[in-house]
Ligand binder design. Structure first.
Ligand code: DQA
Length: 156
C-alpha cells in the first residue's frame, strides 16, 4: 500500500479563523478529514502533520526515507524562503507535490516565488482545500504509473 505524508507548514493550524476571505472557512481538522476520506477511497495510507517550525518540517522530510513513498506539502510562508526544506526534499529524493490554498501567483509579488516548485513534480495553487485533494490524487496517479512502468520493464 502506498504511504503518503502530508505536511502543513506554519500558521495553517489557524485555518478557519485566519484571513477567511483568502484561506476559506475550513479548519485544518476538516481539511485533514477530507484528505483521509480520499485516502480511504483510493486505498492508500496517508499521515498528515502540521508544524510552525522549519527544522521540524525538515526532520520529518528526512525521516520519510524508507517510511513514505511520496510527499504532499503546503510549506506556507516557508515556500518563499526555505532552502532547508527544498534541500531536504532533494536529499531524500521523495516525489513531492506542492499545494496552496490560495493562488500564490495572484497575490503579493513576494508570494509568486517558490523555492520548492523547482524540486517538486508540480504545484497546485488556488483551490482552497481542494488543492490538497488534487495534489493527493496527482501523487497517487504518479505512484501507480511508476509502479506499472516498473512491472512492464520486468516483463519485457
Ligand atoms: C499559503 C500561501 C503562502 O504564501 C502563505 O504564507 C501561507 C499559505 C496557501 O496555502 O495559500 O501561509 O501556502
Amino acid at each position: 500500500m502506498f504511504r503518503i505524508l502530508v505536511l502543513h507548514g506554519p500558521n495553517l493550524n489557524l485555518l478557519g479563523t485566519r484571513e477567511k476571505s483568502i484561506y476559506g472557512m475550513q479548519t485544518l481538522h476538516e481539511v485533514d478529514m477530507a484528505i483521509g476520506q480520499l485516502a480511504r477511497r483510493e486505498g492508500v495510507h496517508v499521515e498528515a502533520r502540521q508544524s510552525n517550525h522549519e527544522g521540524e518540517l525538515v526532520t520529518w522530510i528526512q525521516e520519510t526515507h524508507g517510511q513514505f513513498h511520496a510527499l504532499v506539502i503546503n510549506p506556507a510562508a516557508y515556500t518563499h524562503t526555505s532552502i532547508a526544506i527544498r534541500d531536504a526534499i532533494v536529499a531524500v529524493g521523495l516525489p513531492t507535490v506542492e499545494v496552496h490554498l490560495s493562488n500564490i501567483h495572484r497575490r503579493e509579488p513576494f508570494r509568486k516565488r517558490s523555492l520548492i516548485a523547482p524540486v517538486a513534480l508540480g504545484q497546485i495553487s488556488g483551490f482552497a482545500a481542494t488543492s490538497y485533494l488534487l495534489g493527493l490524487q496527482a501523487i497517487i496517479d504518479y505512484l501507480r504509473r511508476k509502479q506499472a512502468d516498473a512491472k512492464h520493464d520486468i516483463t519485457t
